[in-house]
Design a protein. Structure first.
Length: 164
């Protein structure tokens, strides 16, 4: 898996390319936005063929996903707990008023980077890093932050920077 970058090295690389990556975030015309989605989704598919999330797991160790009510219900059913027990055991309310995990890394992350609740994981976890979804231009600022965490997003921004 040649494109995987160790977490500490990724932070250094993302920081060193931050200004170049930031420069690709600019107002885009309608056709450019459509082309951007096609390009990013193509690169997403290519990069995820080369990068195995189970070798990385950096997102599960460092990012606290927003947990919504449907996530709580799904986790509670899967864990055979009451919703309130899931909240009490695993969650806290952050500065934005959202539920997030009390502690990181994720309480469901195992030593081998597998997720104990993978099939029932929170929506934010399912959608991360959002590079496969339409309207990437709407998430470019948050994706820029994700270059520090996810090698796929870092490589997508490197390619975008090279294209502009």
């Amino acid at each position: 898996m040649g494109k995987l970058i160790e977490p500490e090295r990724l932070k250094v690389l993302a920081q060193s390319h931050y200004e170049a990556h930031k420069a690709v975030i600019k107002p885009l015309g309608k056709q450019q936005k459509r082309n951007l989605d096609d390009l990013v989704q193509q690169w997403d598919a290519e990069l995820f063929e080369e990068i195995d999330c189970l070798e990385c797991g950096n997102c599960c160790r460092t990012l606290g996903p927003r947990i919504i009510d449907t996530d709580i219900r799904r986790l509670a059913k899967h864990l055979k707990m009451k919703d309130s027990e899931v909240v009490e055991t695993y969650l806290r309310i952050d500065e934005d008023g959202d539920y997030v995990f009390k502690f990181m890394p994720c309480p469901f992350l195992m030593d081998d980077n597998f997720c104990m609740v993978y099939e029932k994981r929170p929506r934010a976890c399912r959608d991360y890093p959002h590079t496969h979804q339409p309207k990437f231009y709407k998430r470019m600022k948050v994706s820029l932050k994700n270059t520090f965490t996810c090698p796929v997003v870092y490589h997508i921004f490197r390619r975008l920077a090279e294209e502009t």
